[in-house]
Design a protein around this ligand. Structure first.
Ligand code: NAP
Length: 282
């Protein structure tokens, strides 16, 4: 890679940051489009986030992504937040504007819905209830995306019920918090099932879920992408449901930032999927 003196600069701030796949993702797009620019892993300790964000403009950065543990803390450190990021309660994309001020957005919801639409083009979010498992940051992005897409009902099941109730405060009557123990019954008549918990991820406990009541035409999306084909997706595919893995969400969420910083709208292709996850099983 050879950069000129006017190369565009962006990166991802996280702590730790070495597990982030974003440098690989954006690096692929930069090379593919022959862009004079770079996307760096930026290891920023939580206590340095304010200084790091305030330095973006002075260092000539076009912006950055934020990952764990900075997404929520950044909300109070940037100049303006999009209504979408405010609703989700987290910022993952920062854009340095011409006057040096920082605009914070959240592209996880965009990534979720774009992934769903590209993997299951006929899916209609208004067709029936959605069951969302989990009530963390990812669930907030999923609820925001589904609300924008016109979803009619979200049955939200989380181990800690009070966290689900927080989401129903944000998203109103659209979100119905239900006890975690009732998750198998909640699948009855659902059009979409989304796992936003970390259950089923490598190194985490399995997701214990009986799919018997899930209609055969329901779409099943697991946000976990390590492994790529989780036990949930394998069980859903075996009974004929359309399945959508979590990798696409990760890739699609990078698109808005890349376009804002480097001026080119990138694509998510099969080649990109293989490049970013060559080391993921299967
Ligand atoms: N594909 C993508 O682009 C993408 C994007 C974002 C996140 N993700 C994935 O989504 C998952 C969640 O991320 P997050 O940021 O929302 O994390 P988070 O805020 O820490 O939330 C974790 C969720 O998992 C639940 N959970 C954890 N252990 C559990 C257990 N033993 N039994 C039942 N529930 C359990 C938690 O329930 P409690 O509230 O009861 O603790 C909570 O709802 C992760 O696997 C992450 O990798 C994927």
């Amino acid at each position: 890679m050879i950069l000129s003196g006017v190369a565009r600069l962006a990166g991802v701030m996280g702590w730790p940051v070495e597990h982030s796949r974003s440098p690989r993702l954006h690096g692929f797009w930069l090379e593919r489009h022959g862009i004079d620019g770079v996307y760096l892993p930026l290891a920023v300790r939580p206590e340095n986030l304010e200084t790091a964000l305030a330095s973006l403009s002075a260092l000539g950065f076009a912006g950055c992504n934020l990952t764990i543990p900075h997404k929520e803390a950044a909300l109070r450190l940037i100049d303006e937040t999009t209504p979408f990021a405010a609703e989700i309660g987290a910022v993952n994309t920062v854009i340095v504007r011409k006057d040096g001020s920082l605009l914070g957005d959240n592209s996880d919801a965009f990534g979720f819905i774009e992934n769903l639409r590209s993997a299951s083009p006929n899916f209609d979010p208004t067709a029936g209830p959605t069951v969302v498992l989990g009530a963390g940051g990812a669930a907030r992005a999923v609820c925001a995306a589904l609300k924008k897409a016109g979803a009619v009902e979200i049955r939200l099941l989380n181990r800690t019920l009070v966290r689900s109730e927080c989401l129903s405060e944000t998203f109103g009557a659209l979100v119905r918090p239900l006890p975690w123990e009732t998750r198998a019954g909640a699948l009855d008549s659902a059009a979409l099932l989304v796992n936003t918990t970390s259950l089923g991820m490598d190194g985490q406990p399995p997701l214990d879920l009986d799919l018997s009541l899930l209609p055969p035409d329901a779409v099943v999306n697991d946000l976990v992408y390590s492994p790529l084909i989780t036990d949930l997706l394998a069980a859903a595919a075996a009974r004929g449901n359309i399945t959508v893995d979590g990798l696409g969400m990760l890739l699609h969420q990078g698109r808005p930032g890349f376009e804002a910083w480097f001026g080119v709208a990138p694509e998510v292709t099969d080649e990109l999927r293989v490049f970013v996850t060559g080391d993921l099983a299967p």
